[in-house]
Design a protein around this ligand. Structure first.
Ligand code: CMX
Length: 435
């Protein structure tokens, strides 16, 4: 198959670069760690390697060297649609090449042939209390599927280390085919009275997801855009890093994907997109269902900050400008839903929150991130159960996280194991002596 062959050639060509860096330059310093980084979440410490995406603080994400607008413009489009195939983006992240129409057709057909979440997974989810959070169900569903792993079978048969990437790719392709099904199943189980809709073998990944959610066009375009935008944000964010960390122990990608979902479920990370809608709804409730005036809204923002909470959807650990994933979704809103009241609300926040965060003087980045805008689009197309939003993020994020793990295996990256120090050791380094 074209993807496997293309990837094998890329890996073969790449391996000597990693081997040379390790052998000849292993002692060369990449980064140093100061006190605030050791205590403060390793912010800015350069100790991870990935070629799949790179996040520039001022420019935002590039997927394999392409900005978001370039990625969307260059990838082959679904016939009759403006958005590209998600499958083409998978090909790009894995190989670094923009696929041809034939490459995409072949990969899309391959992914379609892998759909079919096993029935026991659905039974597991049906056994959970119906008020379980969708992210818990999503993570549990992925974990329940772990017995399907081809990697584990190959490993147990004595697979050589340099071949580990191949069954990891098999597992990943199976997961990429099944995660949209699993997500849509959870949605229809929780909110639509357990009425799952079977996958349509004639549709691309984004179109099929919209079909299984039973949301009309252009929700198929929303799904394609959403999965591509959320796919990857280099390696250090919580979901990607959690997936990589678990994978480094040679746990299979079912374990890794479940772990990355658990990280994404935190309100400082992926859950922020549900928090934006929850916070806005709270504001609207206080206003008797009306949109607040700009002055009133400023008061609400200050109230939230003064009560010690964060403004969801704003700030970032790396970015220092408006997130281009936010801008791309804003462009979508301006085109398809300019008069939507929630969009107008979020757009108001875009103008009033950054100056307030600057005035407060704590957040290093006052600008909106991806999560500020994404809920608006979902809400507009009828997906108003906002605690489901992070599942959508997770389906998209799996593309980048699993692509990285395939490459980790191909390049033989070792088990991850940073070193800890004690507080007393830090005090000694600082020259603090006890009185
Ligand atoms: N509202 C209020 N305060 C904020 C803030 C926000 N949106 N963003 C940062 N701050 C505060 C931090 O809480 C921190 O306060 P303390 O010193 O009291 O601890 C201070 O500003 C400095 O933080 P920072 O260095 O600017 O940001 P971090 O790298 O520590 O954290 C992030 C980054 C995203 C967790 C933070 O900006 C935040 O909590 N944002 C709101 C939640 C959110 O939107 N998360 C989604 C991010 C995108 C994603 O991963 O999906």
């Amino acid at each position: 198959m074209a993807l496997q062959e293309a990837l094998a050639a890329k890996i073969e060509a790449w391996r000597p670069r990693t081997t040379r860096l390790l052998k000849e330059f292993g002692d060369v310093k990449v980064s140093e760690v100061n006190m605030s980084q050791a205590i403060g979440g390793a912010r800015g410490v350069r100790c991870l390697v990935t070629d799949i995406s790179y996040l520039d603080p001022n420019e935002g994400i590039r997927f394999r060297g392409y900005t978001i607008p370039e990625t969307l413009a260059r990838l082959p489009k679904v016939p009759g649609k403006e958005m590209p195939y998600v499958e083409g983006h998978i090909y790009l992240l894995l190989t670094g090449d923009i696929p041809t129409e034939e490459d995409v057709a072949e990969l899309a057909a391959d992914i379609r042939s892998r759909t079919g979440v096993p029935g026991y997974v659905f039974d597991t989810l049906r056994a959970m209390p119906i008020d379980t959070h969708p992210m818990t169900m999503f993570s549990a569903g992925i974990l329940a599927m772990q017995r399907e792993s081809e990697y584990v079978k190959a490993y147990n048969e004595g697979l050589g280390k340099m071949d580990h990437w191949q069954p990891t790719l098999e597992d990943s392709l199976n997961l990429w085919a099944r995660l949209p099904e699993l997500g849509a199943f959870i949605y229809r189980l929780k909110y639509k009275g357990d009425t799952p809709i079977a996958s349509d073998p004639n549709l691309d990944l984004g179109g099929n997801f919209a079909h299984m959610m039973d949301i009309a066009d252009p929700y198929d375009e929303v799904a394609r855009l959403y999965f591509i935008l959320h796919s990857d944000h280099e390696s250090g964010n919580v979901s990607a890093h959690a997936g990589h960390l678990v994978g480094s122990a040679l746990s299979d990608v079912y374990y890794s994907a479940s772990a990355m979902i658990n990280g994404l479920a935190g309100p400082l990370h992926g859950l922020a997109n549900q928090e934006v809608l929850r916070w806005m709804q709270g504001v609207m409730e206080q206003m008797g269902g009306q949109l607040p005036s700009e002055e009133k809204m400023k008061e609400f923002v200050w109230e939230t900050l003064n009560s010690g909470q964060v403004i969801p959807g704003f700030g970032h650990a790396v970015l220092r400008k408006t997130d281009p994933r936010y801008s791309e979704q804003r462009n979508f809103c301006l085109k398809y839903l300019p008069d939507d009241p929630i969009f107008k609300f979020v757009d108001m926040l875009y103008h009033i929150v950054p100056p307030i965060l600057e005035e407060q003087g704590k957040a290093k980045n006052p600008w909106p991130n991806v999560d500020a805008q994404s809920g608006v689009i979902q809400w507009h197309y009828g997906l108003q159960e906002y605690d489901f939003y992070t599942v959508l993020f997770g389906i998209g994020r799996s593309i980048g996280v699993l692509s990285n793990i395939i490459w980790d295996r191909a390049l033989g990256y070792p088990i991850e194991r940073p070193k800890s120090v004690t507080t007393a050791m830090l005090e000694e380094v600082a020259g603090i002596t006890s009185e």
